[in-house]
Ligand binder design. Sequence first.
Ligand code: 5GP
Length: 120
Amino acid sequence: MGYSYDDQNIFAKILRGEIPNATVLETEHTLAFRDIQPQAPVHVLVIPKGPYVCYDQFVLEASDAEIVDFNRTVGEVVKAEGLQSGGYRIISNAGEAGVQEVPHLHVHVLGGRGLGRMLQ
Ligand code: 5GP
C-alpha cells in the first residue's frame, strides 16, 4: 500500500510560500528551517521539497539526487549550527506509532544542550 500525500499540510504550505518560515538552508531539493516550538537551543526541521509523507517512502521512491541532497543538507545544518563538537540528535517520526504531527517527511535536528538518554 502506498502513502497518499495531503498537499494542504503545513509544510506543503511553507514550501509554496503560503506561510513564512525561518530558513536555515535551502537547496534544489531540500529546505531546512527552525521549528516553531523549539525543544532545544537548536531545533531545525529538514524536509524534502517533493511530496513524501515519511522516511521510508522517501528513501524507497525518491531519486538518488533528492536523497543525496537531503542527507547532505542534514549534515550541512549540523555544521552550520555548530553542533559537530557538542553533539546532536536526529529524529524522524512516522505515522501513528511515531506520533507524526505533520504528514510531510521531516527530520528534526536537535542540539545545543544535553539531550539526555532516549533509548534504554
Ligand atoms: P512531528 O511531531 O510531526 O515529528 O513534528 C512536527 C514539528 O513541526 C513540531 O516540532 C512542530 O513544532 C513543528 N511545526 C508545526 N507547525 C509548524 C509551523 O507552522 N512552522 C514551523 N516552523 N514548525 C512547525
